[in-house]
Design a protein around this ligand. Structure first.
Ligand code: UGA
Length: 443
């Protein structure tokens, strides 16, 4: 099938590469000429395991192309995906200006019948707006061309994006049109190997499904983080509690790891957007508001532990913290809404120096925190330790999981670790002579 994908961010580029991998011809359109030029030179501008090779292979075999011109992308396309950004506004609502602009552009440029697919995460009702915008543009041109707008939210995770896309738990298709449903079903059949995995429903239900999925996942994380805070006060260990509750198959072990709060470009934004949608329609979303609040508090968990430890040792002024991890989670260079940013800003504002290391997110952090006094980003995890008063870990990269504790002890001024991801066994660290503070155990 010939496909057009508008927007080459995580969702757009991964979808494009994976559709091409299954033998479709995909033309990606992006308004940013620098991004298109890099992609045409074989450079992938985002870090995602396996993506660069897949893009290169499909480009070489002529199934994947990049352009800045929508008309070129739409040429012979049966389906056009909208995968542009949907940033948050100040009030937490979703800014749809890019989605609307693409809808206008499609209405102006399309020449053949087309299935237009909303793949970006967009509030309920957006597909109807896209449909109207295209209708307006077609009528301005006096053109009458068949089209439908389908909601097809994406559930991939950064860091596992390619494998999630290739083997989805489900494919959600929101459409009332049987013809569009058939086109989309056949496009997805090589990915969703059993037919039940493809779920066709109303457009608004599909849009809502995406928010409900992200919000329940965020709720699980805020729930366990809330429990971890209580554990610290009552002398329980949240890691045992997690195992204890996870063994009930109705609860399960997954996605209840306590930590430094959820970050990234999706959960924080989507929880806020659903809160906003609910309020717009006169429903006060009490649970979601609490999920968001708990998360905002949790992002400071490590900074607060560091602060309270040093409060008894003369304060933070003149101290240095070695920080392992900047990305919002492992296997990505994405630092959006990462706890590391709050940790660094909070502690440096109080006079602490931070020497930070991340396997890939250093350059993004340097750009984001340009001008923050007291922050140094270094090139190796062990270099960060030299002369530091303590080590704090906020991202669960594999290379931090089993470090050389002898070297850590020798490099730090004192054997002191704050662990925002519960990576290490407390007993082993105590035996090795470390003071060790983690999440959800009494300090
Ligand atoms: C999330 C969803 O998991 C995807 O299904 C969805 O498609 C995507 O958002 C999206 O809407 O586009 P992602 O943001 O890539 O994916 O990251 P996750 O792996 O879900 O992690 C989100 C955050 O939760 C991270 O900061 C992670 O460290 C944190 N987390 C996750 C925990 O603190 N504890 C857990 O048990 C799991």
């Amino acid at each position: 099938m010939n496909l057009c994908i508008v927007g080459t961010g995580y969702v757009g580029l991964v979808s494009a590469a994976c559709f091409a991998e299954m033998g479709n011809n995909v033309c990606c359109v992006d308004v940013n000429p620098a991004v298109v030029e890099r992609l045409n030179n074989g450079e992938v501008h985002i870090y995602e395991p396996g993506l660069e090779e897949m893009v290169a292979r499909n480009r070489a075999e002529g199934r994947l192309a990049f352009t800045t011109t929508l008309a070129e992308g739409l040429k012979d396309a049966a389906v056009a995906f909208i995968t542009v950004g949907t940033p948050s506004r100040e009030d937490g609502s979703c800014d749809l200006c890019y989605v609307h602009q693409v809808a206008r552009d499609i209405g102006q440029a399309m020449t053949e019948p087309l299935v237009v697919v909303d793949k970006s995460t967009v509030p309920v009702g957006t597909a109807d707006q896209v449909r109207e915008i295209i209708a307006e543009e077609l009528s301005k041109r006096g053109a009458s061309i068949d089209y439908d707008v389908v909601s097809n939210p994406e559930f991939l995770k950064e860091g596992d994006a390619v494998s999630d896309f290739m083997k989805p738990d489900r494919v959600i298709l929101g459409t009332e049109n049987e013809n569009s449903a058939e086109i989309m079903r056949s496009l997805y059949s090589p990915f969703a190997r059993s037919r039940e995995k493809v779920m066709v429903m109303g457009v608004r239900s599909a849009e809502m499904t995406k928010y409900a999925a992200n919000c329940i996942l965020a709720t699980k994380i805020s729930f366990i983080n809330e429990v971890s805070g209580i554990c610290e006060k009552v002398g329980a260990d949240v890691r045992d509690v997690r195992l204890g509750i996870g063994s009930d198959h109705r609860i399960g072990y997954h996605f209840i790891y306590p930590g430094v709060g959820y970050g990234g470009s999706c959960f924080p934004k989507d929880v806020k957007a659903l809160i906003n949608t609910a309020r717009e329609v006169g429903h006060e979303p009490q649970l979601l508001a609490a999920v968001d609040e708990v998360n905002n508090r949790q992002k400071f968990a490590i900074a607060k532990k560091v602060e309270s430890y040093f409060a008894q040792q003369g304060g933070l002024e003149g101290r240095t913290l070695a920080l392992w991890g900047l990305a919002f989670k492992a296997n990505t260079d994405d630092i959006r809404e990462a706890s590391s940013l709050e940790t660094i800003k909070y502690l440096t504002a109080k006079g602490m120096r931070v020497k930070a290391f991340d396997p890939v997110a250093g350059p993004n952090t340097a750009r984001e925190l340009e001008g923050v006094q007291g922050l140094e980003i270094v090139d190796s995890q062990y270099e960060a330790l030299n002369g530091a008063d303590a080590l704090a870990v906020v991202t669960e990269w594999n290379q931090f999981r089993n470090p050389d504790f002898g070297q850590i002890k020798n490099s730090l001024k004192a054997p002191l670790i704050f662990d925002g991801r519960n990576l290490y066994p407390p007993r082993d660290l105590a035996e090795a002579g470390f003071a060790y503070f983690c999440i959800g155990r009494p300090d």
